[in-house]
Design a protein around this ligand. Structure first.
Ligand SMILES: Nc1ncnc2c1ncn2[C@@H]1O[C@H](COP(=O)(O)OP(=O)(O)OP(=O)(O)O)[C@@H](O)[C@H]1O
Length: 594
């Protein structure tokens, strides 16, 4: 199937899939409505001719056409609009559901990292409503075609030369096309600015950024920046719209003059007996209809173009999702780990960047082990955690889970066996019960499971301080919502990470950074004891990222990273004895606490 056919088919099938019967009935009504006006005009011309020639059969025909037209338009108008509106709503709903389905089906994170992909994704989302009006535009296009065919037949019946008039209208269609493409281009060019404006507005509104904004007096700077970006974007778009207005206005003027000349010509033909009075009436009354028709086609060209463009972007997204679905990864995830996880010459660069963030990492983490990643900021610890969660695949090398390449394991299944807590965790503004429970959606309403996770996350004191305990609404956006401190939110996020009791891999990327070192130490000690029991059953591995050596030293294996490489690894005792970077950093921190 060619790309154009595929897109048109996508448009047509989405419209009819959304509301098959509504669309079919609406199409019939729309066609009926489209032919009534020109047909009634024909009825009037018959009536005039009948009166002029005093022929009662012609008069009767004229009246029958006019009355029949009235009846049809009465029914089509009464029924058509509500049905069309409903079809339209269904289509919009369908489009949004389809879009969500496709985007949430992309398992990796690359689409958020590559600016070109992010731009296109934004365009798809932002223009989704244009796909949503697809049903209406389709019916509208159908109406225009029917209407055009009827008007052309009637004009041609007076004199074939009059068909030049609608042809002149073609220039108008062309100008509309030019103007819409220019506006489209202006729109697309201003998208990066639009994205930036959205982000800046978000930052300006977000209570979490409010504190720093005020301390550094950034409010005004931010507003000026938003205003400048918006002005630039607005000017670009207005210039395109103004250009379109000028071109369309001039073309319309030429068309109007040509039509006036045609009317004069038909009148003179009638005076010489070459045309009837009815013909003059027909041409006169068709004038506004031809103008409306070409205007309608011009608008249709614009809208058909918009809908086709939106569907072609959607088609691109489907292709992208298809190519990035990691569908070849179909190996089931193991139920337990026996040998462990091995990284073999793993290297990684973020999408759209050439510089390697991780290089040549080779490491074996035995099943059941707790491993700590340490290293200075930017050493690549979080990136390694993301690779283990399979948010990305390594650029080079492989990650083997019990000897099976992680890149071949079904991504959703792998993630269902993971649990994670992060430093920049999400503050889900739900009830406290849900905030914790969603760490294992299947058991989110299991009271015992939620309470156990809360104990493991050392968050009992947070719940005890809430007005309605677990059922308290969290977050400032709600009138009865309770706002928590950074540390309290973090404890709940940690409890959430502990909802899955026996994950094969638990990733803890500085999830306790907001707690004091003692609280962190206590928590990990408690956690390590429980983890040992679970690990004996499932071989589950814990990966912990922390800058605090009091915690790190408890790990079975400590991996010291530097500039995206593993510099040394071993147990706390081994590494201290080796006297390398670990020993140096440990000594530095220990001295600070003495
Ligand atoms: N999404 C991204 N796109 C491009 N580069 C990135 C991205 N995320 C991180 N990086 C780069 O990768 C490098 C490693 O970052 P990473 O977050 O893995 O370090 P880290 O060791 O976890 O640091 P920290 O201790 O500060 O959390 C950094 O140089 C960073 O600039």
């Amino acid at each position: 199937m060619s790309k154009t056919t595929r897109i048109l088919w996508l448009w047509l099938s989405t419209s009819f899939r959304a509301a098959p019967w509504l669309m079919t009935i609406s199409a019939a009504l729309v066609a009926a409505r489209a032919i009534t006006a020109p047909t009634q005009t024909y009825g009037v011309s018959r009536l005039v001719d009948g009166i002029a020639s005093d022929r009662s059969s012609t008069i009767a025909l004229g009246i029958a056409i006019i009355v029949g037209g009235l009846a049809v338009s009465f029914v089509a108008d009464g029924l058509g609009w509500p049905l069309q509106d409903t079809a339209q709503e269904r289509m919009a709903g369908r489009v949004h559901a389809d879009l969500l389905d496709v985007t949430t089906g992309i398992p990796g994170l690359s689409q958020h990292e590559r600016p070109d992909v992010a731009d296109r994704l934004e365009l798809v989302r932002e223009r989704a409503w244009r796909m949503g009006v697809g049903a209406e535009v389709l019916l509208w296009a159908f109406a225009t075609v029917t209407n055009t065919a009827t008007v052309l037949t009637l004009l041609g019946s007076v004199h074939p030369l009059l068909l030049v008039l609608p042809l002149l209208g073609g220039a108008r269609i062309w100008s509309a096309y030019l103007s819409s493409t220019r506006q489209q281009k202006a729109w697309e060019e201003s998208l990066p600015q639009e994205r930036l404006v959205d982000r800046l507005i978000e930052a300006a509104k977000d209570p979490r950024t409010g504190l720093e904004l005020r301390v550094f007096g950034l409010g005004k700077v931010l507003l000026d920046r938003i205003f400048a970006l918006q002005t630039e974007r607005f000017e670009r778009r207005v210039a395109a719209a103004r250009w379109g207005g000028k071109v369309d206005g001039s073309v319309r003027l030429v068309f109007g003059l040509a039509y006036a000349a045609a009317i004069v010509w038909v009148i003179s033909r009638a005076r010489h007996g070459q045309a009837s009075a009815g013909d003059v009436v027909l041409v006169l009354l068709l004038a506004p209809q031809v103008d409306q028709m070409t205007g309608g086609i011009a608008q249709n060209v614009y809208w058909v173009g918009e809908v086709v463009r939106s569907f072609s972007r959607y088609d691109w997204l489907r292709e992208y999702a298809n190519q990035n679905s990691w569908r070849s990864s179909a190996t089931p995830v193991p139920e337990r780990l026996t040998s462990g996880i091995e990284l073999r010459n793993v290297g990684f660069s973020y999408p759209g960047s050439d510089s390697a963030v991780l290089s040549d990492i080779s490491l074996t983490v035995p099943a059941g082990a707790a491993v700590a990643l340490v290293g200075e900021n930017g050493a690549g610890k979080t990136t390694l955690v993301k690779l283990l969660a399979r948010m990305y695949d390594p650029t080079t090398g492989r990650i083997l889970v019990d000897g099976v390449d992680l890149a071949t394991i079904q991504p959703d299944e792998w993630r269902s066996q993971l649990s994670a807590g992060f430093q920049d965790f999400v503050k889900f503004e739900l009830t406290a019960r849900e905030v914790v429970g969603i760490g294992d959606v299947a058991r989110a309403s299991d009271e015992v499971a939620v309470r156990t996770a809360i104990v493991r996350g050392d968050a009992e004191s947070v719940i005890a301080g809430l007005p309605n305990g677990l059922d308290s609404q969290l977050g400032k956006k709600f009138t009865d919502g309770v706002e928590l401190s950074g540390g309290q939110w973090q404890r709940l996020a940690l409890a959430r990470a502990f909802m899955r009791e026996r994950p094969l891999l638990l990733l803890l990327d500085e999830p306790t950074a907001a707690l004091d070192p003692e609280a962190e130490h206590r928590l990990y000690e408690q956690y390590a004891r429980a983890a040992k029991v679970a690990a004996a059953e499932t071989g589950g591995i814990t990966v912990l990222v922390s800058h605090r050596f009091s915690t790190v030293r408890m790990a079975d294996l400590i991996v010291v990273m530097h500039n995206g490489r593993v510099e040394e690894y071993g147990t706390h005792t081994d590494l201290l004895a080796a006297g390398g970077r670990y020993a140096e950093l440990f000594e530095l921190q220990a001295r600070a606490y003495r």
